[in-house]
Design a protein around this ligand. Structure first.
Ligand code: AG3
Length: 281
């Protein structure tokens, strides 16, 4: 009998990946966590029925969420919220000048499962500069003021435990937790199907209220809804394209498989229908 994992993008559209083996299935206090071995995408992590990452294409998401802000500003202290699989931290630890990465993941079980099954992403969680907190991200950030150069919100969708990471209150607290030139980058959903597009508009509307600069950038992620995914770049001072430090980033000679500084500039060029959705939000 064939086994398939299916994510429903809408009531009328679904995406399926053939499965070799169901490696793990647990219900944590917060959500259902599954790991599957697949022939096309390697191991995949699924939370509450939504695909979080595949070994085959996670580099796109993690490079884009980490290197875009890192190429814009001199960043030493970082807060990462969510990101339990470790992929975002893996990219950040490539920078020797980063001094501290506080990572706040609400669900310890996500980290434990990824440490056991997906070393490809969790391999740098033991870096000396990384401090792991298993706490509620909204509560954690409330206690911080003027502390971070960068906050990365690598969350699930705005349903379940991830919902509070898309609220105005959360963004206001992030603004306060950031230093005076601070940057917030978040996963910003997809512009394509209606439900995802509404989540994108909702996030953009709130970020615009709180930050003087609020832009979005895009990447092609084959295993997320529609394949067209967005990230938010909200900032107190730096413009993501005008302030790009192309030469200095390239002089670091970091190995990346998706990100480069040409693509960085292009990623902020947004299709007209997405611009319109953002303006309307
Ligand atoms: N980021 C998950 C992005 C949202 C995916 N949504 C979906 N499949 N409907 C967390 C995993 C990467 N670190």
């Amino acid at each position: 009998m064939e086994l398939w994992f299916t994510e429903y993008y809408t009531e009328n559209v679904k995406f399926s990946i053939k499965v070799d083996k169901h490696l793990k299935s647990i219900q944590s206090d917060f959500q259902k966590i599954d790991i599957f071995q697949t022939p096309e995408f390697g191991k995949i992590l699924v939370i509450d029925g939504y695909l979080m990452l595949t070994e085959r294409d996670e580099f796109i998401y993690h490079e884009m969420i980490a290197h875009v802000p890192m190429a814009v500003a001199p960043i030493k202290n970082i807060l990462v919220i969510g990101a339990g699989d470790g992929g975002t931290v893996r990219e950040l630890t490539k920078y020797h000048h980063i001094e501290r990465i506080d990572m706040v993941e609400i669900d310890k079980m996500v980290v434990d499962v990824c440490m056991e099954f997906i070393p490809q992403t969790s391999c740098r969680l033991k870096d000396k500069r990384v401090n792991l907190y298993f706490e509620d991200g909204l509560k954690f950030v409330k206690t911080k003021e003027n502390e971070y150069d960068l906050i990365i919100v690598d969350s699930t969708d705005p349903i379940g435990p991830g919902a509070e990471l898309f609220t105005l209150e959360f963004y206001e607290n992030c603004f306060r937790a950031l230093k005076d030139k601070g940057i917030l980058v978040n996963q910003h959903e997809s512009p394509y199907y209606k439900g995802d597009a509404e989540a994108m508009q909702n996030a953009h509307r709130k970020l615009k209220k709180v930050f003087p600069i609020a832009k979005v950038y895009q990447a092609h992620i084959p295993t997320y809804s529609s394949g067209h995914w967005l990230f938010g770049f909200a900032s107190k001072k730096y413009d993501p394209v005008l302030d790009l430090k192309e030469e200095s980033w390239n002089s670091l000679h970091l190995e990346t498989y998706y990100y480069n500084t040409e693509l960085h500039k292009g990623a902020f060029a947004i299709p007209n229908y997405v611009k319109k959705l953002l303006e309307e939000s």
